[in-house]
Design a protein around this ligand. Structure first.
Ligand code: FPP
Length: 261
């Protein structure tokens, strides 16, 4: 996997080839996180029920996962269902869970073939047994993958995650002098993973919506007006190219993106 693998795979003479050729392999974001927003509006614009927007969003998930893995992104986290999303009508919640199960069922072989490791970030234990079983099966069957890690944030809330991490630190009886930022990160769902370098949000909304609050402290944010079901490979490549033009300072002085790895 890497830029050459992506270039070999892209249709020759497609606009994506031009975008991909401009990407610097030594300045790739290690971790990309995505707030997939705008499914409901996408459906509304077409006079369709909201769930049709979620259904269409699956194609975007598929394309982004495969493109990221081929490009050589090491971690990809997508926000599929927040702890607040339980407030939606039960039919919408049920459809989202069914779509997730179907995605796992239809994509599991592809994930394994691409050496992708699948992980859930969020409260797995509160999900219905059939959904949990599908998620656990996907995690187990992909556990040996050495390629990209695909995190699906599900029943996830950033504040809830921080509170849970604090409880775990208390249960672990960690001493105050041992508890620093690094040690605390080890109690989060994302323990052992690097923080996102690039946070993408679709549908033009300028907020972080309780997503990875601790982990995005220094993420570069890229917002597009494109609604999630319309998000495709060129959008992802444009986001990466824009990220590569950023000057990441971490509160300090000017530092090129490449040096942040
Ligand atoms: C936000 O759009 C999107 C969601 C709450 C769910 C995202 C889920 C998917 C794309 C499908 C399942 C995911 C996976 C990983 C297989 P919205 O409904 O808030 O849109 P709106 O703001 O336009 O109403």
């Amino acid at each position: 996997m890497g830029l050459d693998a992506l270039l070999d795979w892209l249709p020759p003479d497609s606009p994506e080839v031009e975008l991909a050729r401009r990407i610097r392999e030594d300045r790739l974001p290690v971790h990309i996180a995505i707030i997939m927003d705008g499914n409901g509006r996408w459906a509304g614009l077409r006079h369709l029920p909201r769930v049709e927007g979620h259904r269409a969003g699956i194609d975007a998930v598929r394309e982004v996962v495969e493109t990221s893995a081929r490009l050589g992104i090491e971690y990809l986290t997508v926000y599929a269902f927040s702890v607040e999303n339980w407030k939606r009508p039960p039919t919408e919640v049920n459809t989202l869970m069914t779509l997730l199960k179907r995605y796992l069922c239809s994509e599991l072989d592809t994930l394994v073939r691409h050496d992708i490791r699948f992980k859930v970030v969020g409260r797995l234990e509160e999900l219905a047994p059939d959904v949990r079983a599908a998620l656990v099966e996907a995690m187990e069957k992909t556990a040996a993958g050495h390629g990209m890690q695909l995190n699906i944030a599900l029943n996830y809330g950033g504040r809830a995650e921080i509170v849970e991490a604090a409880k775990r630190a208390i249960v672990a009886a960690i001493r105050p002098d041992e508890l620093d930022e690094r040690a605390f990160s080890g109690f989060l769902y994302t323990a052992g993973q690097p923080d996102p370098d690039l946070l993408i949000r679709t549908s033009g909304e300028m907020r972080v919506s309780n997503f990875l609050l601790w982990q995005i402290a220094y993420a570069e944010i890229w917002v597009t007006d494109t609604l999630w079901p319309d998000f495709r490979r060129p959008h992802l490549l444009e986001a990466v190219l824009d990220y590569q033009r950023r000057d990441r300072r971490y509160g300090g002085i000017s530092r090129p993106v490449a040096a942040s790895r």
